[in-house]
Design a binder for this molecule. Structure first.
Ligand SMILES: CC(C)(COP(=O)(O)OP(=O)(O)OC[C@H]1O[C@@H](n2cnc3c(N)ncnc32)[C@H](O)[C@@H]1OP(=O)(O)O)[C@@H](O)C(=O)NCCC(=O)NCCS
Length: 190
């Protein structure tokens, strides 16, 4: 069921990636400004292709009771081109929680697009996957990301700390969460 996830918003189509999307996504993530606050660094198209093979494999394995990683393409309806990604998956440092993540090509920033995509992803998480709670973490310096999370109506829970060495890069991040009952906007456009 999760393999065929496809949603539409006013300006966007959110759909699974295919291997044909590798060059378009590579162009987006080659921009250091896009990657500035992200934990992973993809250094070549071949490395991205490998990552895609894993993402595609996850589409087959994801189930509502076990989400490995659901990473979807954000397509700009007007042109049909890929402009970013968004998804849901276990939080690195606490895999019992499902986090939302998103990113866009820089030329599409500050037009409310990430909020449009992420709100649809949150709806999908609650309505179709049946999640109880969705969380988000953001570097406090990543103001655009913090704003999107707040627009989603997520509640600030505190600052991440006391993590084991392998997750140290998340220390100091802001931690947010929301349950379906906590959503005020679910049947509206935000
Ligand atoms: C984070 C990101 C997805 C936000 O996307 P976006 O489409 O620009 O987000 P939105 O337009 O919905 O909202 C961003 C808000 O932050 C505001 N903002 C962004 N940078 C800002 C800054 N430096 N100072 C003040 N406000 C800022 C925008 O004006 C906008 O405010 P508004 O809602 O009042 O219009 C985008 O910046 C991005 O792709 N960054 C790189 C990847 C990343 O860091 N992802 C997040 C980690 S999962």
């Amino acid at each position: 069921m999760l393999e065929n996830m496809r949603r539409e918003t006013e300006r966007l189509i959110i759909r699974p990636f295919t291997l044909d999307d590798v060059p378009a996504l590579y162009e987006i993530i080659s921009d250091p400004e896009v990657m500035r606050y992200l934990p992973d660094d993809v250094t070549s198209p071949d490395e991205l292709k490998e990552l895609f093979e894993w993402i595609l494999c996850c589409y087959e394995k994801n189930t509502p009771s076990k989400l490995i990683k659901l990473t979807e393409a954000i397509v700009w309806k007007e042109t049909g081109g890929i402009i970013g990604w968004c998804g849901l998956g276990p939080l690195d440092f606490n895999p019992d929680e499902i986090e939302i993540f998103f990113g866009l090509a820089k030329e599409y920033w500050n037009r409310g697009i990430a909020a449009e995509a992420a709100s649809e992803m949150v709806r999908y998480g609650f309505d179709e996957i049946g999640l109880y709670r969705i969380v988000a973490v953001a570097n406090p310096e990543n103001i655009g990301s913090v704003k999107v999370i707040e627009k989603l109506g997520m509640k600030y829970k505190g600052i991440v700390g006391k993590l084991p060495e392998k997750h140290k890069s998340y220390e100091g991040h802001l931690y947010y969460s929301v349950t379906e009952e906590g959503l005020k906007w679910k049947n509206k456009v935000i």
